[in-house]
Design a protein around this ligand. Structure first.
Ligand SMILES: Cc1cc2nc3c(=O)[nH]c(=O)nc-3n(C[C@H](O)[C@H](O)[C@H](O)COP(=O)(O)OP(=O)(O)OC[C@H]3O[C@@H](n4cnc5c(N)ncnc54)[C@H](O)[C@@H]3O)c2cc1C
Length: 381
């Protein structure tokens, strides 16, 4: 049969002129940062006055596979300086064609401000990951309590979106704290999920009303009496918490006061203060056991011309901290890639958790947070 333009029916799948978006067919292959590290920004959305969501896609149209709550590490070069930063994937793993991160501008912060000012559709980013263990996927439970403050909402938002998309039969109470009602990230979407799922409830707690005159919600700080009002059965729930260090301490304190079992409590910190405090905390030396284990090696930081001693059982990052050498680091578990360096010479034993690619290891790179020296080292730092 002859077909002409007038007869063309775009809904007729047997017509070879009908083109379908790739995502209508079988799912394309998964994106993996081991193979392709570049993602392209395809959309930017202003969430609040100082928070934007950036949507990323694979240039090859690959799909993303991750657990809700996991993070990506962005590898950027800003003003000639290589900088890594972690950002949680805020989107749902059940929508695998794009991925989003949601970033709060941090006053004076290098990367968050760069992203807000420069990342727009068409711009490519080098990305590592996904990584991280802060996910309800690894802690199945019939009832959850999500507690977040500020940008700490992102991992819990990904978990909530997944719960909604997959129509899960779990009971979730999500309590989010913000400075003012205008600072609540994802307010409308959380309310929408709550309005369409009987087993999902959300509550917002604002420090103060700010410029809004129509706020009828709770003001003040999250406290044990308030938590008991919002979630009377909180002791039966698996709890996930993310937010600034003081908020998380307050949550831990109130849960301890209630006698909540720590095994069912999970938290993640994004906070610079916590990371700095961890970095400056004295590192305990493990007890010596044998001459091999008590061996000590010299680590030379070539650029800063510092030289330190590092025990065979100590990570280079711990030894550097002890010696007062400040190095960029974040997760301290070999996941985020923030402490990646080039080893000019020497050998290390490295037990990483996905924060470095095999190709980089082959090129002599190492993560200092999970590398113990096997010889004297020279590091390009
Ligand atoms: C696992 C993980 C997930 C994360 N997810 C998110 C997320 O979803 N959304 C999000 O917004 N953030 C997230 N973060 C935080 C994010 O990685 C960055 O830390 C944050 O965006 C700030 O980075 P920055 O480069 O803008 O600030 P930085 O340049 O690191 O500065 C941070 C603050 O420290 C101050 N500062 C910098 N250097 C010094 C110094 N030498 N002495 C004293 N003060 C200094 C700055 O003025 C600023 O106030 C996450 C972090 C982790 C570890």
């Amino acid at each position: 049969m002859m077909r002409d333009a007038a007869q063309f029916n775009p809904l007729d799948a047997s017509d070879s002129r009908v083109t379908r978006p790739a995502f209508w067919g079988a799912l394309p292959e998964r994106w993996t940062s081991e193979v392709e590290e570049t993602l392209v920004c395809c959309h930017v959305w202003q969430e609040t006055h100082d928070v934007k969501s950036f949507f990323l896609r694979s240039p090859q149209g690959r799909t993303f596979s991750f657990e809700p709550g996991q993070f990506l590490t962005l590898e950027l070069e800003i003003d000639g300086e290589a900088i890594n930063r972690c950002y949680t994937i805020s989107s749902s793993p059940a929508r695998p064609h794009t991925i989003s991160i949601t970033v709060k501008r941090v006053p004076g912060g290098k990367v968050s401000n760069w992203l807000h000012d420069n990342l727009r559709p068409g711009v490519s980013l080098r990305v590592l990951g996904p990584a991280g263990e802060f996910t309800c996927a690894r802690h199945p439970a019939p009832k959850y309590l999500f507690l977040s403050a500020g940008s700490g909402v992102t991992p819990l938002m990904s978990m909530s979106r997944a719960h909604h998309d997959l129509a899960e039969d779990r009971d979730i109470i999500f309590v989010h704290s913000a400075r003012t009602p205008d600072d609540i990230i994802f307010a409308r979407e959380l309310e929408l999920i709550a309005s369409s799922r009987a087993n999902f409830r959300t509550s917002f707690v604002c420090e103060r009303v700010g410029a809004r005159t129509d706020w009828s919600g709770v003001t003040g700080f999250l406290s044990l009496p308030l938590l008991k009002l919002i979630a009377p059965d909180f002791m039966e729930r698996e709890i996930f918490t993310c937010g600034p260090a003081p908020y998380m301490k307050a949550v831990r304190d109130l849960l301890d006061e209630a006698g909540f079992a720590r095994e069912r409590y999970h938290e993640e910190s994004f906070s610079f203060e916590t990371l700095t405090a961890q970095a400056e905390a004295p590192v305990e030396q493990p007890p010596a056991e044998s001459s091999v284990e008590t061996a000590s090696f010299t680590v030379t930081f070539a650029k800063s011309r510092r030289e330190i001693q590092c025990g065979a059982r100590q990570t280079v990052l711990d030894a550097a901290r002890q010696a007062g050498v400040r190095l960029a680091s974040s997760c301290s578990q070999g996941m985020c890639g923030t402490c990646k360096v080039k080893l000019v010479s020497g050998q290390v034993e490295m037990k990483h958790s996905g924060g470095i690619r095999q190709r980089e290891i082959d090129q002599g790179m190492a993560l200092l947070c999970c590398s113990k020296p096997l010889s004297d080292l020279v590091v390009d730092k």
